[in-house]
Ligand binder design. Structure first.
Ligand code: SAM
Length: 225
């Protein structure tokens, strides 16, 4: 059974999609997508040998070698033009790493119409990248599993303009304000206040002062939202 986190990612993959799952580890997500008849076929990419071998093994065990190709490659280098990938999933990494993967091989996104991204932290980096690269947020979900809070971002081609609060918090998530969302940002505010406390006990430098004020700005912005 798939985790609730990956099941949420899967729920946004359009039926009939040709999927590239980058950083696939055990290839659980592409196996699920093909088994359920959601994905027509898939590529599972892994840059590390151990997880790559786990993916190969899993795909073989599930008898899906004709529908899922596992490739050892850095990020979107796992995608070939003839794959005609229509949807890309990248889950379980930090937002900035996801962005660096998207930026490194932009030509791999040529046939792609949907990105389903699940950053563990710093979703903000993805929203900034999306705004600058012609992608718009179609949907956003926040969920909790085993005490951890995850965000899932669904992007389609299009223009989008977000203000600072929307970039940090997520335009859709801000509208719905589900309990997990409130919990996440209360935790974040508490963290920032701890950092501020530490700064105020440390030596007074211009850098520290600036950091303190930046945190005050963030805390105020989140509280207002
Ligand atoms: N996507 C799976 C999930 O969400 O459960 C696995 C997440 S796992 C925490 C992150 C995986 O991404 C690791 O297996 C790691 O080897 C892989 N990874 C990290 N950077 C990568 C890159 N540049 N290209 C391909 N895979 C990468």
């Amino acid at each position: 059974k798939l985790s609730k986190r990956l099941e949420t990612v899967a729920s946004f993959v359009p039926t009939g999609a040709i999927v590239a799952d980058i950083g696939s580890d055990h290839a659980y997500l592409p196996c699920y997508l093909v088994h359920k008849g959601i994905a027509a076929r898939a590529v599972a990419g892994e840059v590390v040998k151990g997880p790559y071998e786990s993916a190969v093994k899993q795909v073989r065990t599930e008898g899906l070698t004709d529908k899922i190709t596992v490739r050892m490659a850095d990020g979107l280098a796992a995608v070939e033009e003839t794959d005609e990938i229509t949807a890309v999933t990248i889950a379980g990494m930090g937002g900035p790493l996801i962005v660096s993967i998207l930026e490194k091989h932009p030509q791999a996104l040529k046939s792609v119409t949907r990105l389903i991204l699940q950053p563990n932290i710093h979703a903000k980096a993805i929203r900034e990248w999306a705004m600058e690269n012609g992608w718009a947020i179609q949907d956003e979900v926040i969920l909790e599993e085993d005490g951890k809070i995850y965000e899932v971002l669904v992007l389609q081609r299009g223009e989008m303009k977000l203000n600072e609060a929307q970039t940090l918090l997520g335009p859709k998530l801000m509208e719905t304000k589900v309990p997990v969302f409130i919990e996440k940002w209360l935790r974040e505010i508490a963290n920032w206040q701890r950092v501020q406390q530490a700064i105020s006990e440390a030596e007074k430098t211009p850098d520290n002062q600036e950091k303190y004020e930046q945190l005050t700005h963030y805390i105020k912005m989140v509280q207002e939202a």
